[in-house]
Design a protein around this ligand. Structure first.
Ligand SMILES: Cc1cc2nc3c(=O)[nH]c(=O)nc-3n(C[C@H](O)[C@H](O)[C@H](O)COP(=O)(O)O)c2cc1C
Length: 400
């Protein structure tokens, strides 16, 4: 073997098995040697050949006769840093909790000496069945690392708890288990997210439709790649990632202070917040009364955060966003140059279900000295990782 740390990836027959090849690819890309073991039901959802192609290793299936070694069930986990079962079906959890060993994967896990992680994934009704909950508790009590399923929309359209966590997150868990550092290990990353709100009076404000989902995804992805992350956010509706330092602000001026006071300590700033360009010039301390006359709201410009940090940038990497409706590339390049950015993600806000408040985004990444990189519409965590793939190239070598 090539000396790479080994991870065993168990795949069972849940609908999320279709994500297994992408997960295996991420693990391989992270420098790990990935050995896949599948159940017979998993093969109904994803072909072993797909997993073989991305891992470069023969895939072990429920077919005993196809095994390269009759003792694969004992040897597969030897020398492995960890085993991850993703997705783990209700059936698999039940078998594991009760010590069943009726196929290669259950037998392998019963014989494993390495740390074992399971990522349950199923419909919320199945997950909340007392039998399944009890099996999960049994596994946790025995020291199995149960990766909590996420809340979200299921493949069958139902909303609830039971989704497989992002493959980036699962990959990061395995990287940590294997002691492999991500490409942002030891780096301090500052991310801004969400809208700012600018008071008109004691009850009213001006804001925008930003949900904070893109910034939250970037913060989570940077964390998963090993960074020490500080997330400066306005009032967001997005779920914010765990394991990052959070700083809550309301106005653009508060966000400016929060960013500039931390900027000199960071290696990378990612400005994903939708900072209000203007604010009411004379906000009223009390509530403006409804009267006969329509009040006129005078606005004044807010400070430009990217402009402020451009002056003190030094060797830090600065990533910005530009929401455009036309001339995306030209306007993006102009903004990148004017504000001394390294990378800018131009966001076509004219598209449907993409950008503001959506779970998806479609951006073109522009960076110094490279051709534009248009990304297809994808979920925000995936877009976040593609942006980081580009941004990390601008980091200077870490100081020894
Ligand atoms: C279309 C389809 C989707 C399924 N999705 C899931 C799932 O997401 N989670 C789950 O626990 N079981 C799911 N099942 C049920 C499992 O496939 C079934 O329990 C199977 O016996 C699991 O075998 P395994 O644990 O050996 O892989 C699904 C079944 C079908 C037909």
């Amino acid at each position: 073997m090539n000396g790479a740390k080994k991870i065993v990836l168990g795949v069972t027959g849940g609908v999320a098995a279709y994500k297994a090849p992408e997960l295996a690819r991420l693990l391989k890309k992270g420098g790990l040697d990935v050995q896949v073991v599948m159940t017979r039901a998993a093969e109904r959802f994803v072909a072993p050949l797909a997993l073989r192609c991305v891992t470069g290793n023969a895939v072990l299936t429920a077919d005993w006769d196809a095994q390269t070694d009759p003792y694969d069930h004992l040897f597969v986990t030897r020398g492995a840093s960890a085993a991850l079962i993703a997705p783990a079906t209700a059936n698999f959890l039940a078998k594991m909790a009760h010590g069943a060993a009726d196929d290669l994967l259950t037998t392998t896990i019963l014989a494993a000496r390495c740390p074992v992680y399971v990522a349950p994934s199923m419909n919320p009704a199945m997950l909340n069945n007392p039998a399944v909950r009890e099996n999960i508790r049994i596994l946790e009590k025995r020291g199995i690392n149960v990766v909590p399923p996420e809340v979200g929309e299921m493949a069958d359209g139902e909303f609830g708890e039971g989704r497989l966590p992002s493959i980036e997150y699962l990959a990061s868990l395995m990287m940590k288990a294997a002691g492999v550092a991500g490409d942002l290990a030891g780096r301090r990353v500052l991310v801004t997210a969400g809208p700012t709100v600018e008071p008109i009076d004691a009850a009213r404000f001006i804001s925008n439709r930003s949900s904070g989902k893109m910034g939250a995804a970037l913060a989570g992805a940077a964390r998963d790649r090993g960074a020490d992350v500080t997330l400066i956010h306005g009032p967001v509706t997005a779920r914010l990632p765990e394991g990052v330092r959070r700083v809550s602000v309301r106005t653009a001026v508060e966000m400016l202070d929060a960013v500039t006071s931390r900027f000199s300590d960071c290696d990378m700033l990612i400005m994903a917040a939708a900072v209000a360009d203007f604010r009411p010039a004379r906000p009223s301390a009390g509530k403006i009364k409804k009267g006969d006359q329509s009040p006129t709201l005078a606005l004044e410009p807010n400070p430009d955060i990217l402009e402020a940090v451009a002056k003190i940038k030094g060797g830090r990497v600065v990533v910005g966003f530009a929401a455009e409706t036309e001339n995306l590339i030209k306007n993006g390049r102009d903004k990148m140059a004017a504000k001394n950015m390294d990378v800018i993600c131009v966001n076509d806000v004219g598209g449907e279900d993409s950008g503001f408040d959506s779970d998806y985004n479609e951006v073109t990444i522009l960076c110094r000295g490279e051709e534009p990189l248009p990304l297809r519409r994808a979920d925000k965590p995936s877009v976040a990782n593609r942006i980081l793939d580009v941004a990390v190239k601008f980091l200077s070598a870490p100081v020894a």
